[in-house]
Design a binder for this molecule. Structure first.
Ligand SMILES: Cc1cc2nc3c(=O)[nH]c(=O)nc-3n(C[C@H](O)[C@H](O)[C@H](O)COP(=O)(O)O)c2cc1C
Length: 385
């Protein structure tokens, strides 16, 4: 069974839309659960003005009846609360043509210039409205539905920030403790000292009109061994996770387990040795980040992603006006200074969806009951191995 999703919607359009196809019947899905995830994405020290205007909530418009999925595609809608101020500038009506000035000044680090070239547009708004990370609100909503499907299997997805603007956190403790501390931190960082330093560098960057990137870690807990495959390389779990994480706006690097560190160590200091005890096979280390040969191996799945600094700067960068071909320095209305904490929440959603896809692929079934039966049978097989 293939699980897939589509999103639609512009940053200042009327609404964001999401359709998820392939969820089994019987998954408990509530609007509040989706909205709770949306609220987590909106947090974080260093966010810009928009997060104050908008408090996102999701509506479930199809595929759910009396709190449970029916097996039909699930439709989700998130309204853009600023729509009233944009309805002429973003109107679908031809009669509103020309009611907004064209954006002819492409911003460095954004899709603006190449997008205009590619489509032959003379107005960057046609590009930037969709390229914007506003779209990640719907991806978080889609991820919330994936989480709802994973919960009955005891699978959860958590995240924390490990670095912002060169300030590194010390990551010590169980995933549950790290997650709890991250939830309480204004920068999603489980290390209190590092949290304070991160806030300081964000404030300094803001004052300087600059922006900052960083690194976050997503951990998947409770995934059974055998999700993904070694047999078809386009369906490897690490390949799918890397693709999903890399597709998030501003993500420029993805690692699994110790990732790039593995390239600097000898094999004896990288590969996780296999042991057998009363509870079956186990490993004492998890440098592989829970994935070997394109498959989950039963350990926690650990993914790290690097986010570049926000490209819209109050300290303007050089660019060229496409109408006059004259140089100018980009001006800014409102923008985040640092969105790494929010990106971590988007990263959780992206990972949750891939894990849900791999679970659907492996266990199939039209209903959650049928899927669970297949899953339970498989777990018996693994236990006996
Ligand atoms: C959660 C989140 C919030 C973001 N907020 C902003 C923002 O306020 N201003 C901005 O210029 N870029 C922001 N970005 C980054 C841009 O969307 C992204 O860098 C841009 O679309 C170019 O895509 P690319 O960096 O993947 O090449 C944000 C990204 C994420 C994940």
């Amino acid at each position: 069974m293939t699980l897939r999703y589509l999103t639609s919607g512009e940053s200042h359009g009327r609404e964001l839309l999401g359709i998820i196809d392939g969820l089994p019947a019987g998954v408990e899905l509530a609007e509040e659960a989706v909205s709770r995830e949306l609220a987590r994405r909106q947090k974080g020290h260093g966010r810009g003005g928009r997060m104050k205007i908008e408090s996102d909530t999701a509506r479930i418009v199809s595929g759910v009846r009396w709190g449970k999925t029916s097996g039909a595609p699930v439709g989700l809608v998130i309204a853009n609360r600023d729509w009233e101020n944009w309805k002429e500038r973003m109107s679908p009506e031809a009669s509103d043509f020309g009611k907004a000035e064209a954006v002819t000044r492409p911003r460095p680090g954004h899709a603006d210039l190449t997008g205009m070239m590619k489509y032959g547009f003379d107005d960057a708004r046609n590009v930037l409205e969709r390229a914007s990370a506003r779209e990640t609100a719907m991806r978080v909503a889609v991820g919330a539905a994936a989480r709802a499907m994973l919960a009955p299997f005891g699978i959860s997805v958590v995240s924390w920030v490990v670095e912002i603007g060169g300030v590194r956190a010390e990551i010590k403790g169980s995933p549950k403790t790290l997650f709890r501390r991250a939830e309480a931190s204004p920068v999603r960082c489980p290390d209190d000292g590092a949290s304070r330093n991160m806030m300081e560098v964000i404030d300094r960057a803001k004052k300087d009109g600059d922006s900052l990137g960083g690194i976050f870690e997503v951990t998947v807990l409770g995934a059974p061994p055998g999700l993904g495959t070694f047999a078809s390389r386009d369906m490897t779990l690490d390949g799918m996770l890397a693709g999903a994480l890399m597709s998030i706006q501003a993500i420029k690097g993805v690692e699994i387990g110790i990732g790039f560190q593995a390239a600097r160590r000898p094999g004896s200091a990288v590969h996780d040795e296999i042991f057998h005890g009363p509870k079956g096979y186990f490993r004492r280390t998890n440098n592989a980040g829970g994935i070997e040969g394109g498959m989950s191996n039963g350990e926690a799945i650990i993914i790290r992603a690097a986010m570049k600094p926000i490209p819209t700067l109050y300290k303007p960068l050089h660019s060229v006006d496409i109408k006059s071909r004259r140089a100018f320095k980009a001006s800014v209305e409102r923008s985040d200074t640092c969105a790494v904490p929010a990106a971590a929440v988007v990263g959780e959603a992206a990972a949750a969806f891939v894990i849900a896809q791999a679970m659907r692929e492996k266990f199939g079934g039209d209903s959650l009951t049928e899927m669970k039966r297949n899953y339970d049978g498989y777990i018996e097989q693994v236990k006996k191995f």
